[in-house]
Structures are given as structure tokens and as C-alpha cells.
Design a protein around this ligand. Structure first.
Ligand code: 5GP
Ligand code: MN
Length: 344
């Protein structure tokens, strides 16, 4: 038995909003990952089974590695189909915002979502959500939005709508946001949920292989290059840096998703407590950080890169050159090393 954790007023309010809504839009953050895709697709399928006209609208393109997910072809990608996406949002009676805490995270879609008359429902696990939601279901200490969606279905007595497809989607997000149950999963109840999902005959091994263990040869070579030629370790600050410029990415025919997981690799070294990965995208330098233990990379991403995330996994953007972004990292390393020397 799971302990109910969602505020009963939030459940009552959501039930009322759901009863009144016919057209529902579900969205999630830019560059959706396994948790964002799994939670949106699972919720959409459940809402459709409840007789709702539900649609998933993604802000931008999906990673190649997760295109195998059921019903993903059916979703609208706003950066490619603004007319259709805009229509669905404007026409919605209810908008679910999954796996993000601030409208900044949905890029250009934010404008339409902000203007919409529909109440917004947040289902998420990031710190400090915006105050723009009619219903806020946010649990930063939980593994994933997929876990929050499962708990929501459980507490709203909607589990009978779960089938193999929904269960696979929910398992996917729990698996990817915990690095296959390595981090953010140190509490027994998460395994009770996994046990319950297993009853729907999900293919765990297939999901793992498809989502976390399939890379193109270009991607494998790019990752090999990044580790061998581009990783720098700064033991005095327990830090590692990986940078990939646009030219380097192009050399390996980079496609979205090709560097997924790369930022975790330096943590294998006992000398590395936190990692920053800087990737030169067409419009910005994408910052991605990981850490272990008490070192908070979400503070760093919030302070220097206008971003955030979780204590051990966070990201942000840098609008400037790669050299300037690297200079910010070097300054951080110098500050941390100096602070550590003072402590000793
Ligand atoms: P990743 O490094 O895998 O892109 O993201 C790791 C975590 O940081 C995710 O939970 C993601 O939601 C968060 N994150 C990544 N980029 C950003 C960003 O630009 N802004 C904020 N607020 N969070 C981010
Ligand atoms: Mn997530």
C-alpha cells in the first residue's frame, strides 16, 4: 500500500476541473527526456480512456533515441506545427504542465500557454515552481514526474486505466530520471510502484536497451572523442569539464540526443564530485551538470546560467562564446578550490 501524499484539496480541485474539461493539452519542457515523454504520453492515454479529447504538445523536437515510444507520432511539435499546436492550446479547457517548474522551460510555447484561458495543472518534481498554476502537484524529493503521475492516478482511483503502454511510459521516466535506479531512488516506495508496474507485463529490458543503451556509431565515436580528448579534471575542486564546439559536433554528424548520458561519465572517477558539460548549440551554449553527494549543481546552474534542476542533475543556458562559458567554469573551480583550502 502506498502512503497518500497529495493534498486532498488539490485532488478535489483537479477532479472538478477534469469533470468540466473536454479538450485537454499536455505539455512538458524543451528537449524532452524520458521522464517528460513518458509522463505526457502516459497521462494522455489515460485521459483519452476517460473520454477526453487529450493532446500532447511538445515545445520542440524529440530525441531520436526515444522515438520508439508508443503514440509519440501522434503528438504535436510546436516548433514544427505552430498553427496546430497554437490551436490546441487556445482551444483547451485544461492544460497539464508536466516535468517543468517555470514557463521559461517551454520556450515559445509559453506565450500561448500564458494567454490561454484554461486553468493550468502542474505535475512535477523540480524545486520552486512558478505561481501560475490552478493546481500544483509538485514533489521535488521524488524520483520523477512519472512517479508523481502514478501516485496521482492511484490517489484519484484511476489505476484501472493503466495498461501495458501506460505502464511502460511511466516506468521509462522513473528509469531514466534515476539512471536506471541508481540515484534519486533511495526509498522503498519507489520499488513498490515498480512492482505494481511490472504487473502490466512491461518489457523492462527492452525499455532499458532502447532508452539508455542504444547509440548510433556517430554518437559512440563522439562520446569516445569527448572522453579521450575533451575531458579535463580539476582534482583541487573535485570537478571535471567536457566541452564540445559546434565544429566538433558537426564532425560527428551530431543529432539531438547523441550526447545523452555523457555528462555522467566523469563521475566514475573517484576524483570527480561534479561535472560540467558545455555543448555549443546553434543559439546558445547548453550547460549540463551532474554531481554526487551534497554538492549542489542546481545552485550553480541557477546562479550562473539562468537554469536549475535538481541537486545532483541540473542545467542552464549560456549566451556568449564557448571561451566565455569556460571562463565561468574556471572561476568556479578557483573559488571552490580556495574555499576548500580555507576549510582545511
Ligand atoms: P540535462 O542535463 O539532462 O539536460 O538536465 C538535467 C536536469 O536539469 C533536468 O531535471 C532538467 O529539467 C534540468 N535542466 C536542464 N536544463 C535546464 C534549464 O535550462 N533550466 C532549468 N531550470 N532546468 C534545466
Ligand atoms: Mn523529470
Amino acid at each position: 500500500m502506498l502512503q497518500p501524499i497529495i493534498d486532498s484539496r488539490a485532488i478535489t480541485h483537479l477532479k472538478k476541473l477534469l469533470a468540466e474539461a473536454r479538450n485537454i493539452v499536455i505539455t512538458c519542457h524543451l528537449s524532452p527526456d524520458g521522464d517528460a515523454l513518458g509522463s505526457t504520453l502516459a497521462l494522455c492515454r489515460v485521459l483519452r480512456k476517460m473520454g477526453k479529447d487529450a493532446h500532447v504538445v511538445y515545445p520542440d523536437q524529440l530525441p531520436r533515441s526515444l522515438q520508439f515510444l508508443p503514440a509519440i507520432q501522434d503528438a504535436v511539435i510546436y516548433s514544427k506545427s505552430q498553427v496546430r499546436g497554437g490551436f490546441l492550446v487556445r482551444n483547451a479547457d485544461l492544460i497539464f504542465c508536466l516535468d517543468f517548474n517555470t514557463l521559461k522551460r517551454i520556450d515559445k510555447l509559453a506565450e500561448v500557454v500564458e494567454k490561454s484561458r484554461a486553468p493550468r495543472v502542474l505535475v512535477d518534481h523540480h524545486l520552486d515552481p512558478d505561481d501560475i498554476f490552478a493546481v500544483k502537484i509538485s514533489f521535488p524529493h521524488l524520483s520523477s514526474t512519472c512517479e508523481v503521475v502514478y501516485r496521482l492516478l492511484y490517489e484519484m482511483a484511476l489505476l484501472h486505466h493503466i495498461d501495458t503502454e501506460v505502464a511502460q511510459c511511466l516506468y521509462l521516466g522513473m528509469m531514466t530520471d534515476t539512471g536506471n535506479f541508481t540515484y534519486s531512488s533511495e526509498y522503498p516506495e519507489i520499488y513498490e510502484i515498480v512492482a505494481q508496474l511490472m504487473r502490466y507485463s512491461i518489457n523492462k529490458q527492452w525499455l532499458y536497451n532502447m532508452a539508455l543503451n542504444t547509440f548510433s556509431e556517430d554518437s559512440l565515436r563522439l562520446q569516445g572523442y569527448a572522453m579521450s580528448e575533451k575531458m579535463e579534471v580539476f582534482p583541487e575542486a573535485g570537478a571535471a569539464l567536457i566541452t564540445l564546439t559546434a565544429n566538433e559536433l558537426e564532425r560527428f554528424h551530431y543529432a539531438k540526443g547523441d550526447t545523452e548520458g555523457l555528462v555522467n561519465k566523469p563521475l566514475c572517477s573517484p576524483r570527480v564530485q561534479w561535472v560540467m558539460f558545455l555543448r555549443e548549440d546553434p543559439d546558445k551554449i547548453k550547460v549540463s551538470c551532474r554531481s554526487q553527494g551534497d554538492f549542489s549543481v542546481s545552485d550553480i546552474c541557477a546562479k550562473y546560467f539562468g537554469g536549475g534542476g535538481h541537486k545532483n542533475a541540473a542545467g542552464g543556458d549560456f549566451f556568449g562564446t564557448m571561451d566565455e562559458a569556460v571562463a565561468v567554469f574556471h572561476q568556479l573551480v578557483a573559488d571552490i578550490a580556495a574555499a576548500q583550502r580555507t576549510e582545511q
